[in-house]
Design a protein around this ligand. Structure first.
Ligand code: GLU
Length: 416
């Protein structure tokens, strides 16, 4: 990974820009550039063939001045400690920008879940919790799903934690199945929150979203639900989608039910009937009105930002755009809804899940949607106004809102 594409260096650089405008106290700035705590773990897991495989994992807590750390766990072959550091840092800003009383954390295990059986994944998940249980808990640090982890994995992790603690502490993890204390509305919350942001962006730009052509990169939890909800909530016309194997393009529009069924059957969206196969790179540069990067980091860079044609870029992924690309998109007048605002719906409903677990009383889905909409809409406009006030791009606007709140909490606690 080049220095320019190191997500943690990027996260630090983004903070530096905000610190400069905020005239942040140098001590607070220095503290916020680094995670507070890191746990690196080694996991020995018995594989189905009887052999033992050793995996490396991490749990990183960036900052908990505003509340317990919060953030997902990623299972990915390309996971690095610096990726987890960056993601933990972005979680601090994410929880702050939507104004929920939580800090930032993230976990990761270097593994390829696509090559593992369910029982191997269960043993890996439980082994991970046996190692990180010493630093997580409902009032310390609360993990959740992220790339290639899901509600079943959360269920195993919660169960392992409760067995170790000998108590029902289901609030230790969010994104759980409904049967085990998950929240209504958590499944599609990331995409739903992003659609609320796109709706608001349409308003501030005076853009009619009905039938607006849209391309989605990534077809995991965020991308799939963005396809469905983009159509259902906003009437977008999704003309291109992709996954790690490649993309498909159909100018007349792609039906989400048919594409999801095709992916389920074949393992990929590629070769969907009556559409053209395209690469992930081509998808980003399509002549569409809305682009929704919903996969991984570093997709829009100095190399391709000049060729992005979309008017709105809604980042459902974490870290899809590099700082150089931010400047290029801003100069072109592209309206970017930055990642830690655009994809904050997931953690917001995770927060609601934690609240419901603490009460042991559960809300209806409509109530969750209403509360989510309120949070996302308020955060969206706070960022939009901040960016306009300082004449900076929306990412920097989002940093100004989020960092100031964390800095206040750090100062009030007397840490610096
Ligand atoms: N992994 C998601 C994110 O990056 C959700 C985190 C959470 O729910 O704690 O925001």
């Amino acid at each position: 990974m080049s220095e320019a594409q190191n997500p943690f260096k990027i996260a630090q650089k983004q903070l530096d820009l905000a610190a400069d405008i905020l005239k942040l106290d140098p001590g607070i700035h220095a503290l916020l550039r680094e995670p507070l705590r890191e746990l690196h773990v080694t996991l020995a897991v018995r594989m189905d063939d009887g052999s033992i495989k050793v995996f490396k994992g991490f749990r990183i807590q960036h900052n908990d001045a505003r509340g317990p750390c919060k953030g997902g766990i990623r299972f990915h072959p390309d996971e690095t400690v610096d990726t987890v550091r960056a993601l933990a840092t972005w979680m601090t800003w994410k929880c702050s920008v939507v104004d929920i009383p939580l800090g930032g954390g993230k976990g990761g295990v270097i593994c390829n879940p696509k090559e593992m059986s369910q029982s191997e994944l269960e043993r890996l998940s439980r082994a991970y919790i046996r190692q990180v249980c010493r630093i997580i808990g409902p009032t310390q640090d609360v993990p959740a799903p992220d790339v290639y982890t899901n509600p079943q994995i959360m269920a195993w992790m919660m169960d392992e934690y409760n067995a170790i603690m000998r108590q029902d502490l289901r609030g230790v993890i969010t994104g759980k199945p409904l049967e085990l204390g998950g929240s209504a509305g958590r499944g599609d919350a990331t995409a739903r929150g992003a659609m609320y942001c796109v709706r608001e962006a349409g308003k501030v730009m005076g853009l009619d979203l009905q039938g607006a052509t849209t391309a989605i990169q990534g077809y995991g939890n965020a991308g799939q639900f963005a396809h469905q909800l983009g159509e259902e909530l906003l009437g977008l016309k999704i003309v291109a989608v992709s996954d790690s194997k490649g993309g498909i393009y159909r100018p007349a529009g792609l039906d989400y039910k048919a594409v999801m069924a095709h992916k389920k059957r074949t393992g990929s969206v590629v070769n969907f009937p009556d559409s053209q196969n395209i690469s992930n790179e081509e998808l980003l540069e399509l002549d569409v009105q809305i682009l929704l990067p919903s996969a991984l980091e570093n997709q829009i860079t100095q190399a391709n930002a000049g060729r992005i044609k979309a008017r709105i870029v809604g980042e459902l992924a974490n870290g899809p755009t590099t700082p150089e690309a931010d400047d290029i998109l801003f100069a072109k007048g592209v309206y970017v809804i930055p990642d830690f605002l655009c994809n904050a719906g997931g953690v917001t409903v995770s927060y609601f899940e934690g609240v419901q677990n603490a009460y042991n009383y559960y809300w209806k889905e409509a109530e969750v949607h209403e509360k989510l909409d309120e949070k996302m809409t308020a955060a969206f406009h706070a960022v939009d106004q901040m960016a306009k006030k300082h004449n900076v791009h929306n990412r920097l606007g989002a940093y100004l809102v989020a960092v100031a709140r964390v800095a206040d909490a750090v100062k009030l606690r007397g840490w610096v």
